[in-house]
Design a protein around this ligand. Sequence first.
Ligand SMILES: Cc1cc2nc3c(=O)[nH]c(=O)nc-3n(C[C@H](O)[C@H](O)[C@H](O)COP(=O)(O)OP(=O)(O)OC[C@H]3O[C@@H](n4cnc5c(N)ncnc54)[C@H](O)[C@@H]3O)c2cc1C
Length: 469
Amino acid sequence: MSLSFDVVVVGGGLAGLGCANRCAEQGLKVALLERGAEERYHCNSRFSMGFVNCAFEYILGDPAALRRAIDSQTRNYADPELAHAFASNGGAAVRWLEAQGVRLIKGGWQGGQRVMLAPPVPNRMGLNWPGRGADTMVFRLGAKLLERGGNLMRGVAAREIIVENRRCTGVVATRGDETLRIGARAVLLADGGFQANLDLLKKFISPAPERLLQRNAKTGKGDGLLMAEAAGARLRGTDRFYGHVQSIDALTNPALWPYPVVDHPMCAGITVNASGRRFADEGLGGVFMANAIAALEDPQGAVAVFDQRIWETAGKNGARPANALLEKGGASIHRSDSLQGLAERAGLQPEALAATVSAHNIAVETGRFEALDPPRGDNPANRAQVIMEAPFYAVPVCAGITYTMGGVGIDGQCRVQHKDGGVIEGLYAAGSTTGGHEGGPAAGYTGGLGKATTFGWHSGNCIGAALRQ
Ligand SMILES: Cc1cc2nc3c(=O)[nH]c(=O)nc-3n(C[C@H](O)[C@H](O)[C@H](O)COP(=O)(O)OP(=O)(O)OC[C@H]3O[C@@H](n4cnc5c(N)ncnc54)[C@H](O)[C@@H]3O)c2cc1C
């Protein structure tokens, strides 16, 4: 079957729905292809906790401050054009989202929590999305698209983008056994990343991707990246993901994912491998440590080590604190009054663990973190504490992958970049399928929902402007 539209959007998460609605508002004939067939199809947007921020800052705040936050989080890794587009459009995109009837509330006092989708997700373990803010937002945007005369084609998976002479002219998709050839003046890829594609994870992120925790909706299979790459697109920053460090039991116990995370006590203390040695800079925080654990030869071989004081302080940080949710959910926590006993219970080498803890304590007391091997940053957000007060704790952990931070390269107008320079005309991308905004050496996070809201809306504006010319 052959169809034709002004704009075809691939993916019905926040980025795709934002773009499709913006295009329909401008009078364009739009089709949104969504692989999920169910009315409540799964996607990361729907599973999210609902905090809409820009690099942990208030997304409705001063664009110059947002820009500084992006640069600081990513250690200047973010492409300046994308950082500018994010910082300068974030506020307007969120206001637009609100104007669609998406309810926003103040989720907390800190910058990154001030804008939250309502109603909020309850503060408990496990997945709690049905009927909450993110779920109702996806419904709302889908309904608005239909109201505007757009087509929301569920159960349709894009398989190939049609590109002739570096110009995209449509998409080949399947609906069951049927092949659809869909012509378009512009195509937007918004399929949500490649976190659920083990081959791509092995290529870019982890030697043993099957040993990572899929902390996501498992719908981001990298289709957009593979289709764009086949068309000659530039790929960017594919080696980093957003995620958290979780109990190893979250791999088998659904009550333990996507929350609680172990980031806070782990980063106040140390993380060791089976030999009892540190292997990465805990001062860079939980997202960075999740990446470091994923990159280990055995991503299930890491253990977070801390003491009673850390458990009572950093352990209680966050809306869903490790202390006491880990225990409540049945996660393995080894405790002992001596490091020797702890090492034996957790299967770590006792002498090596004692030496690692001693070096950590000396660094905390002297402030000489650079003397550690590997060195540790003295980051106030993840301040190191001594490990001295019994009982001592060891929590076997794993890397939970939420979404990939890198992917298809785009310019400031969301146009897909060609690997040889310039862009692929008519091809756009937004949300977690894109790269260049976040990641880099410190795995800097700039906000999944913030990125999807801003670049979904912004891509719709850019496509509208291009098609009017
Ligand atoms: C548990 C959890 C909590 C989170 N909490 C937050 C939070 O509080 N704040 C925050 O900023 N971020 C959060 N995130 C991250 C955030 O949800 C994502 O970054 C964001 O929603 C991505 O939006 P997207 O539109 O790019 O992708 P998605 O929402 O994943 O949408 C992509 C869609 O594309 C579809 N698709 C895939 N391939 C194809 C194909 N070939 N053809 C057609 N359709 C296809 C998929 O089925 C899916 O519906 C969280 C994520 C999770 C999992």
